[in-house]
Design a protein. Sequence first.
Length: 493
Amino acid sequence: RAVRTVAAVDLGAESGRVVRATFDGERLDAAEVSRFAHLPRPVDGILRWDLAGLTRDITAGLGALGTDAPVASVGVDSWGVDYGLLRADGTLLDAPTCYRDPRQLVALDEALATVGRDRLYRATGTQINEINTVFALLSDARTTRRLDDAATLLMLPDVFHHLLSGSRVTEFTAASTSGLYDMVGRRWAVELAEELGIPARVLPEVVPAGTDLGPVVGALGEGPLAGARVVAPAGHDTASAVVATPFTAPGALFVSSGTWSLVGVETPHAVVTPESEAANLTNEGGVAGTTRLLRNVMGLWLLQECRRAWARQGLQLSYAELVELAAQEPELRSVVNPNAPEFLAPGDMPARVQAYCERTGSPVPQTPGAVARCVVDSLALSYRTTVEDIAAVTGTPPPAVHITGGGARNRLLAQATADATGLPVHCGPVEATALGNAAVQLVALGELADVAEVRAVVARTAEIRTCSPRPQARWEEAAARLRQMTLDDDRRR
Ligand code: LFR
């Protein structure tokens, strides 16, 4: 059987990569062709992504694919919620804004005052979270003139699909992160947009994952991508990661672990009930009609921001060194609510963790190892309370946990997750997102049958490590403390 090659562009909030994926009928392998760091910066008073830099780095990465093996197709996935705006002539209006801008919290309050929490949740099935697109658009409408000239909104992966092929549509999984898409009715929540003063005319046609968006155009269409199609994968990175999660049992929990930890289960339908609303669980679109019922738990962002803060003070610690130091610290000494609002924006994260401990009466962690231990334990505890909330809403406790993404390398976090949840934790694949992106392209090309086959192929190809739980009463007590802190933080919001 001939080997099929596709290119997956996977954009994370801190770095992006271009991956060459090959399928030989047995194995699905991913080889990184290039990786590039990027950072949002303020432009015109709003934190924005470096669109020009990303475009340059993606173009260079695709150029480096080489011409040895023909590339059948290319697709882009990225973090959710952010978007670009096209003018009527198809040019991009300006650089896409970043969901970590404090303007979004202001807009969230305005939306709550305008239509209320129930309306926002019931019209969409999306958790109320300041990062959602709807709040950025509300802020655009009320504080800028951006929307005056905007003809079409494209979710971020589709901004790059547009640059590659000229397409002007948005893929479903990406649209589902907006907080403006009705996950039950499967259409834009047009009425909600209008009630909020967001012009519904900018909301584009939505297409399913696996849609052929046309040939690669322009200079790129003449290099390694000559003859290649642009095929929309599951544009939302979390959706791509879950496609390539080799679940060992029905109803198992996924933790897609990168900048964020997305903690949830795959369900056949959106779950929009008073219970899911009270638990603020979100419904995100998956491939082949599925939904992910999940919560955004803070992720490795906390450790990455800590590393950046220490580096500014002259202390360079690799990620692995930091985890090593944390492993030497006693567990559960200090616990924070990792989802507290003060941890969202970039800044001096060790100081914020210390201040949180001080305020809530935990011993204040003094060393990098102690701060990192506190973060790891707190994340694991937050996974546990999310498991409990999901089980209460679905009525089915998950039998196991699958951690994918960069966090699947962190053994300390995996063991803490097993201990906190009392469940076996399977780690891997680390490159789930790129594999899932490629796999959906391969399904569209007719090389793989469906998601079940994708998962079977990933299970045979990837290296999966399992941690067994060592349940202890201390995790119970700590989880109760986390629940209390979460209630207090929600009251402070
Ligand atoms: C993960 C992710 C989450 C989304 C957050 C912000 O990378 O896509 O799913 O909620 O980033 O976009």
